[in-house]
Write a protein that binds this ligand. Structure first.
Ligand code: ATP
Length: 544
């Protein structure tokens, strides 16, 4: 049985080999946190974005009253007036605590140092995506080891009480960190242990202990300083503070900044939503887990504006329909979950929030977040810009600032989840009938980069000409691929690895009766159909 790590390595290697994902600027050694999508990867991503746009902008699910809901699209600039980011709180708050080594100048994220310390106990303790959780808050409060912050602590299963105490003392005995954790409660709660640790945030990194050494050279560390995650640049020739601009760390703020423009120009009425797909940039301290945490990525975001009294209903509508979207596209229930944030985990502006999470081979992590952001953002922009953000309801004659429900997902994380879910290995007979291991991507039909591949069995007897004709007819309707090189079995295998649902082969019989074989990726069963019917057959079988 492949370990989860093996599995991830195989997925990464397949994605590279078949042209889904390459390290960015690889010929120069790559650059940490940046990725390029190759021919199949870009098709996968486009399919995801088109499906999303279709399902949330053009044909969103009917509203809670069964009526169509109003959704419009937007495409904002990546660089905006920096005042947007001051108003949104990103200039002041979008940061991670960092410490520098005074001797070797290495820089570390303060909470990672804590984990380096934990690493000495066991590597699993240093897994930042699945951090250990450290006993219950009540437990530690009773022993005076934790201040009452209202946050809970829990632990990995199988940790002895003594080990637990040592860790808790190490972490909380120093001024280094208050760590709050967020997790699901597991069966072991009776022992004050929980089994499913999920996130650790360092909310307050006080100065590190003076005697805490640099893990690289043993030198002295500075106090923790906040490091802003926004990439900076300059607009115009002058490189001074007046020309400083930011690459957007999220697409959402562009929507808020245009909310009035959309209201004034598109005849929408509250409740309505604005959707946007676009690049976002975050100077993540620790890009990791392949494309999961990148420094440049794409978001698919909706800001849905509604009356404050209806916000709970719309929150549930979006939370449930976004979760269902991933289910409908093949993420299986044992790997997908909807995790409601607890009260103490919510951002200060949000009243409710839930994450759609997927069990990647490297751990369960967020695909999309859905939050009720209240009127926080519009109020912030109203105050900072001096522009009126209120909405006047001409039926009720009420004037109010709408509440906003935000479903915010990542295209790259969705692509990675669909890739991981699709990855499978089974056995298939080769040309001599001997069983060989086969790698296959069982993509949902909507997402498969190529829907049908067309081959001539051999490169003679008019077969290539006929196959090309079929290919040309197909590609008008579905994404198609033509291949005539190498043994046909190999060509099937290549298409299995690309996730192509159907392969069509023109053979000797085609010239006689006008039929071709069509092979199903998943069952590997081949049947004969008239060559004129290929596109219609594929569309029907894939329900496109
Ligand atoms: P995380 O806690 O994983 O950093 P987040 O809660 O900061 O994510 P949001 O700010 O809510 O993420 O962003 C919305 C969505 O954008 C996320 O659900 C995710 O799909 C995507 N996203 C955020 N940061 C990254 C990143 N560094 N790389 C790839 N996708 C990202």
């Amino acid at each position: 049985m492949a370990t989860e790590q093996d599995l991830m390595e195989r997925i990464v290697s397949l994605a590279k080999r078949r042209g889904f994902i390459f390290p960015s600027s690889e010929i120069y050694g790559g650059i940490n946190g940046f990725w390029d999508y190759g021919p199949l990867g870009v098709a996968l991503k486009r399919n995801i974005k088109e499906a999303w746009w279709h399902d949330v902008v053009r044909c969103p699910p009917p509203g809670p009253d069964g009526q169509p809901i109003e959704m419009v699209g937007l495409d904002c600039s990546i660089i905006m007036n920096p005042k947007v980011w001051e108003a949104s709180g990103h200039v002041g708050g979008f940061s991670d605590p960092m410490v520098d080594c005074e001797a070797c100048k290495a820089r570390f994220r303060a909470d990672q140092l804590v984990y380096r310390e934990l690493y000495s106990i066991g590597p699993e303790w240093a897994d930042l995506e699945h951090p250990p959780v450290l006993g219950t808050f009540d437990e530690m409060h009773d022993t005076g080891e934790a201040k009452p912050t209202g946050h809970r602590f829990a632990t990995l299963p199988g940790t002895s009480d003594d080990e637990l105490k040592t860790i808790v003392r190490r972490l909380l005995g120093s001024k280094r960190a208050k760590i709050i954790t967020v997790f699901e409660e597991g069966d072991d709660l009776g022992r004050k242990l929980v089994t499913d640790g999920n996130k650790v945030y360092l909310i307050d990194s006080g100065p590190l202990d003076a005697d805490y050494p640099c893990p690289t050279c043993g030198g002295a560390l500075t106090e923790a300083r906040q490091f802003n995650l926004m990439f900076k640049s300059h607009a115009g020739a002058m490189e001074d503070s007046a020309s400083e601009v930011y690459l957007r760390p999220e697409t959402a703020q562009g929507i808020f900044a245009n909310y009035m423009n959309v209201l004034d120009t598109s005849r929408v009425k509250v409740p309505f939503g604005i959707a946007q797909i676009g690049k976002a940039f975050r100077n993540e301290i620790n890009p990791r887990n392949y494309t999961f945490r990148s420094r440049e990525f794409e978001q698919m975001e909706i800001e849905f504006f509604c009356h404050p009294n209806d916000a709970d209903t719309w929150y549930e509508y979006w939370r449930d329909s976004r979760f269902q979207w991933y289910v409908d596209h093949g993420l299986k229930s044992d790997k997908l979950r909807l995790r409601n944030h607890e009260q103490d985990e919510l951002a200060h502006y949000a009243v409710s929030c839930a994450d759609v999470e997927y069990a990647f081979p490297f751990g369960t992590s967020e695909l999309e977040g859905v939050a009720n952001r209240t009127d926080f953002d519009l109020k912030q922009h109203q105050e900072a810009s001096g522009r009126d953000m209120t909405y006047f309801d001409d039926q009720t004659k009420e004037r109010f600032i709408p509440y906003v429900i935000e479903p915010s997902g990542g295209v790259d994380r969705a692509a990675l989840a669909f890739l991981c879910e699709a990855y499978d290995e089974d056995e298939a007979p080769d040309e001599k009938g001997k069983m060989q291991r086969r790698t296959v991507l069982r993509f949902h039909p909507r997402f498969a980069p190529v829907k049908v591949a067309v081959f001539p069995l051999v490169r003679k007897d008019g077969m290539p000409e006929k196959a090309r004709e079929i290919y040309m007819a197909c590609r008008e309707q579905v994404s198609a691929f033509y291949d005539e090189k190498g043994a046909v079995g190999r060509r099937y295998r290549r298409q299995d690895e690309a996730g192509t649902p159907f392969c069509v082969t023109v053979d000797g019989q085609t010239a006689e009766d006008g039929t071709v074989t069509i092979r199903d990726r998943d069952t590997m069963v081949q049947e004969r159909i008239p060559s004129d019917d290929v596109a219609a057959y594929v569309r029907e079988r894939l329900r496109l």
